[in-house]
Design a protein around this ligand. Structure first.
Ligand code: KIV
Length: 284
């Protein structure tokens, strides 16, 4: 049975830490699902790690839907959350509701995630009222990178920390079922996590969040342009890839691939007839 938002909320209640990972396509979603990850995010981080953009700002609804559909084909058990891309929910509430609905209706996702605190609370409330589960995202909100002036840790001053606490509480009151805390001091995430009944999922927010999320391409070492401080490399897939490609290149160039093992045979009699026919054509 697929993991539900109630299961995710229950994990906090039972003191179970919640692992979440991003996935963007069929094979990565299938592997994460088979590994037992209960919570998958189709993050708009795909703009950077899959599509090669500088930021998430250029990701569109169509980009997201394309990837969400692939993830849904791969993940049979995990709860899949679809990121709402930049400008798909900020302009007005009816647009936000329509686009959130598309994520479930067309994409097949189980929930949506959007960035912003108090100022997004009414939008969250209205989307939840439509029956669409919403995950909040506060702290460093990458879609506002131009406004924030870069990818900086948030909530370091008294005023900023108090604002983040208010943001988290406003999202919970609006009906969000969980909240991502990104690039927030660990001690502040602890305060926020203790104040909320819904789970906090941290990325660069320390150990005291109820769960953790990592960008798949960072943790597997597939994305090599830079490694964010909050990312831990659990594998070096880029190195494995490079070794395999170099070997393949060499074997094709040297005629060592394919061997008989990777080739197909045909009936000898058919081949003899074919060769005889070829000889006749050549002699005509
Ligand atoms: O897009 C994404 O991958 C995210 C995570 C960093 C939380 O929003």
């Amino acid at each position: 049975m697929r993991v539900s938002i109630n299961d995710i909320r229950d994990m906090k209640r039972k003191g179970q830490r919640i692992p979440m990972i991003t996935a963007y396509d069929y094979p990565t979603a299938k592997l994460a699902d088979e590994a037992g990850i209960p919570f998958i995010l189709v993050g708009d981080s795909l703009g950077q790690v899959v599509l090669g953009y500088e930021s998430t700002v250029r990701v569109t609804m169509e980009d997201m839907l394309h990837h969400i559909k692939a993830v849904m084909r791969g993940a049979q058990r995990a709860l899949v959350v679809a990121d709402m891309p930049f400008m798909s929910y900020q302009t007005d509430i009816p647009t936000a509701m329509r686009n959130a609905g598309r994520m479930l209706q067309e994409g097949g996702a189980g929930a949506v995630k959007l960035e912003g605190g108090e100022h997004m609370a009414e939008t969250v409330r209205r989307i939840v009222e439509c029956g669409i589960p919403v995950m909040g995202h506060i702290g460093l909100t990458p879609q506002s990178v131009h406004q924030l002036g870069g990818y900086k840790v948030q909530g370091k001053t008294l005023k900023a920390a108090a604002k983040l606490i208010r943001d988290a509480q406003a999202l919970e009151e609006a009906g969000a079922f969980s909240i991502v805390l990104e690039s927030v001091p660990a001690s502040l995430s602890r305060i926020i996590t203790d104040k909320l009944a819904i789970p906090t999922i941290g990325i660069g927010a320390g150990l005291h969040c109820d769960g953790q999320v990592q960008v798949l391409h960072d943790m597997l070492g597939i994305f090599t342009d830079f490694v964010p401080k909050h990312a831990k490399r659990y594998a070096n897939v880029a190195e494995v890839f490079k070794t395999a490609m170099t070997q393949y290149l060499k074997e094709v160039q040297e005629g060592a691939f394919p061997t008989a093992k990777e080739s197909f045979t045909m009936d000898e009699a058919v081949l003899a007839e074919l060769n005889a026919g070829e000889r006749r054509v050549a002699s005509d």
